[in-house]
Design a protein around this ligand. Structure first.
Ligand code: DX5
Ligand code: ZN
Length: 218
C-alpha cells in the first residue's frame, strides 16, 4: 500500500469482540498488534496464541509491535505464524541485524523500534537490513497518551538520512497520533501511522481512517 499508511492499533479495541473490531478497520492498510510482556514495558497484552487468531481473522495484514524482552528468542515465532511485519525494540535486541535477517528469511517485513529518548544514529549504517523503523512518539506501554513533539527532530534526521541513501524503508510513528498531530509527523518524514484511540474511539472507524489519511497529506 502507498503512503500515507494507517495502521489502527487493536490495543484500543474491545478484546472480547475482536472479530467485529477487525471488521471495522478493513479499509486500513495493516492492523497494528501490540505485544507486551510486563517486563520491557509495565503492561501485559497477549502472545502468539492470540496473534495467530488475529492473523486468521483479520481482513488486512498484521503489523506486530513487540514490546518484549529477548526478541532474539521470540520474534521469529510471530513471523512464522504469518504476520506480514514484525517490529522489535532496538533497546531489547542483542543482535538486531541478525534478527532482522531471520525475520526476512521467514518472509516477514523486518522492523526496529526506538523509544522516545533512544538515538537513531546507530541505525544509519544498517538501514538496508530493515523494512520499517518505528519512532515511538510516546513511552511504550499504554494507549491514549499525548504525542511527544520533541521526537520530531530525530524523525527528521532519520528521514533525511534515508532519503540521502535512497532507502525504501518505511518510517512509522506510534503514540498520540490523531487528526491534530498526524500532519506534524508526516511533515517530519513519517509515512506510516499507528493510531489506537483515534480510530477505535471514533463512532465511525472507516471515516476516522480516511480523515487521518487526508490530514497526513496536508
Ligand atoms: C503504545 C502502543 C501503541 C498504542 C497507541 O505503547 O505501542 O500502539 O496502541 O495508542 P494511541 O494511538 O491511543 O496513542
Ligand atoms: Zn504499538
Amino acid at each position: 500500500p502507498d503512503a500515507p499508511r494507517i495502521h489502527p492499533s487493536i490495543l484500543a479495541a474491545d478484546f472480547v469482540n475482536m472479530q467485529a473490531e477487525l471488521a471495522r478497520i478493513a479499509t486500513a492498510d495493516f492492523v497494528h498488534v501490540d505485544v507486551m510482556d510486563n517486563h520491557f514495558v509495565p503492561n501485559l497484552t497477549f502472545g502468539p496464541q492470540m496473534v495467530a487468531r488475529v492473523q486468521a481473522t483479520s481482513p488486512i495484514p498484521l503489523d506486530v509491535h513487540l514490546m518484549i524482552d529477548d526478541p532474539d528468542r521470540w520474534a521469529p515465532e510471530y513471523a512464522e505464524l504469518g504476520a506480514a511485519s514484525v517490529t522489535f525494540h532496538l533497546e531489547a535486541a542483542t543482535e538486531p541485524v541478525a534478527l532482522a535477517r531471520r525475520l526476512r528469511a521467514i518472509g516477514a517485513r523486518a522492523g526496529v523500534a526506538v523509544k522516545p529518548t533512544t538515538a537513531v544514529e546507530s541505525l544509519f549504517d544498517i538501514l538496508e537490513d530493515f523494512d520499517q523503523i518505528l519512532v515511538m512518539t510516546v513511552e511504550p506501554g499504554f494507549g491514549g497518551q499525548s504525542f511527544m513533539p520533541e521526537t520530531m527532530p530525530k524523525l527528521r534526521r532519520l528521514a533525511d538520512e534515508a532519503r540521502r541513501r535512497g532507502s525504501a524503508v518505511w518510517l512509522q510513528v506510534d503514540g498520540g497520533i490523531s487528526p491534530n498531530t498526524i500532519a506534524a509527523a508526516a511533515e517530519a518524514g513519517a509515512d506510516t501511522f499507528v493510531a489506537g484511540s483515534a480510530v477505535f474511539g471514533a463512532a465511525d472507524p472507516a471515516a476516522a481512517i480516511a480523515q487521518l489519511r487526508g490530514q497526513a497529506r496536508e
